[in-house]
Design a protein around this ligand. Structure first.
Ligand code: NAD
Length: 470
């Protein structure tokens, strides 16, 4: 596929292969954009921002609605490419496309809701003759940088709100998974989006990503990815708005009074969805002492039925790791825990990029898995005696995206909701439950700001006050 620069599809001098991480087969090639290509795209985006500002609300709505419809019409080909370029099974990929349709539909609706308020100036003596209001105006040019694990929907969570709010946006998708993002850009092109309102450049993050985030004409960096990259970007970006959707080490708390089957089903799914490569991966599972052994057995019984294999097979339950280096990193974290005294309950084996669903217990506090994000199909069981003890374990990490608690007791649920240090608390769901309209983001090392379309639209616009002296 080609890059999308200033309304044109360009193949640049250098190309790179996009490979299926399951079997290393080459699926396609994409251009490797240079820093100069990126600077040129930012030059074009200056005009793109003017074109975006001049698009009437109904035009933004219509384009976003049309893209949502086209995506819905082509959902199977998008699902196929997500499953091939990335880590998801075909069933998981279909679910992502369905969510992406929803994200774009919400963006079309939110474009209408970008409204301001009137201010009563006569509250201040001497200002009786003034009236005024504020409006929300676009920021201008937005840099969107996205990860590999949801290569389509997380792109839509940036492009959709950026266009709804009247901005130009330059997207740098993940190096390994650029194809579904380029296919989505094609739908925007077909829908008649003015040129340079959306541009997509493929290539290395530390090269073209760096040029994009450091350019003074770019007004906001909307980043989703790893914490280490996020911290580098913050240090380099300078004076601009920042949206940081980073990783986590999410917890699920299972109280003795929980709906047992629901808790088992949700935690197994949350632990191994997308082979654990999910910012909301259920990495830590805390179970009340009296049901711990029963829960462990039920979890193993369910998870050990998981079938690994070709992501395109309907019967495959879990896909693969994005590349061999990432799979080795997961192995390193696992070995660190085992040498420090943890017990392997299930799994632990790796063949190439295939990693078995893995469960540990008795992981000591100084193990890296207790503190860090594994970003793979490895979860830990913890035993606790009361809610206080559970919440201490939940909060004992420098992350806080979303956590879950399973209980039938309202007071317990409310206490957990109050004390869990994170951006979202799910009662009777694991923390990986999400709809695209809800505010989404983290505290501590999990990020800054909120996505979820309405909230991203707010972040991607700014308030302008207008006052009349009559
Ligand atoms: P990553 O940080 O390696 O890469 C993310 C993006 O940043 C890629 O497009 C990459 O090319 C680019 N990049 C790399 N170096 C850069 C630089 N110096 N300057 C500018 N851009 C640069 O992350 P990943 O491995 O793709 O994704 C995994 C991480 O993303 C996990 O930590 C996961 O939890 C997190 N994530 C968070 C959310 C969320 O919404 N909070 C969602 C999905 C994934």
């Amino acid at each position: 596929m080609k890059c999308f620069i200033n309304g044109q599809w360009l193949s640049l001098a250098k190309q790179m292969d996009v490979v299926d991480p399951y079997d290393n087969q080459i699926i396609d090639t994409v251009p490797v954009a240079t820093r100069e290509d990126m600077t040129l795209a930012i030059d074009y985006a200056v005009d793109g921002a003017k074109a975006a500002l001049n698009m009437a609300t109904h035009q933004r709505c219509e384009i976003l609605r049309n893209v949502a419809q086209s995506l819905s019409d082509e959902r199977e080909s998008f699902a196929n490419i997500i499953a091939r370029e990335g880590i998801k099974t075909i069933r998981e990929a279909r679910a992502e496309v369905g969510r992406c349709v929803e994200t774009l539909r919400i963006a079309a609706e939110e474009a209408r809701n970008l409204v301001g308020e009137t201010i009563n100036f006569d509250q201040m003596p001497g200002s009786e003759n003034r009236i005024g209001h504020f409006v929300r105006t676009p920021l201008g040019i937005i840099a969107a940088i996205t990860p590999f694990n949801d290569p389509l929907n997380l792109v839509a969570h940036k492009i959709g709100p950026a266009i709804a709010a009247g901005n130009a946006v330059i997207l740098k998708p993940h190096t390994n998974t650029p194809l579904s993002a380029l296919m989505l850009a094609k739908l925007f092109d077909n829908a008649g989006l003015p040129k340079a309102v959306l541009q997509v450049l493929t290539g290395a993050g530390r090269e073209i990503g760096d040029t994009l985030i450091t350019d003074k004409r770019v007004r906001m960096v909307s980043f989703t990815g790893g914490r280490a990259t996020g911290e580098k970007i913050i240090a380099r970006a300078g004076l601009k708005k920042i949206g940081m959707e980073l990783g986590s080490n999410c917890a699920a708390v299972i109280m003795a009074d929980a709906d047992f089957d629901k808790a088992v089903d949700s935690t197994v799914s949350g632990a191994y969805w997308a082979a654990g490569q999910n910012c909301l991966h259920v990495q830590r599972i805390l179970v009340e002492h009296s049901i711990y052994d029963k829960f462990k057995q039920a979890f193993i019984a369910k998870a050990s039925c998981y079938q690994l294999g070709n992501k395109l097979n309907e019967s495959t339950d879990m896909g693969c790791i994005i590349d061999e280096k990432a799979a080795q990193n997961i192995e390193t974290l696992l070995k660190d825990s085992l040498t420090k005294g943890a017990d392997l309950v299930m799994g632990g084996e790796r063949t190439g990029t295939q990693f078995q669903p893995t469960l540990l217990e008795n992981v000591p506090k100084d193990a890296r898995l207790h503190q860090e994000e594994v970003f793979g199909p490895v979860s830990i069981l913890y035993r606790f005696n009361n809610l206080d003890e559970a919440l201490d374990i939940v909060n004992d990490v420098d992350f806080g995206l979303q956590n879950g608690i399973f209980t039938k007791d309202l007071a317990t649920a409310l206490e957990a909701a109050k004390r869990m240090e994170c951006g979202g608390v799910l009662i009777n769901d694991t923390g990986d439950y999400r709809i695209d309209a809800m505010p989404f983001g983290g505290v501590k090392g999990s990020g800054i700001g909120r996505e979820g379309v309405k909230f991203a639209v707010e972040e991607m616009s700014e308030i302008k006050m207008i006052c009349f002296n009559l």
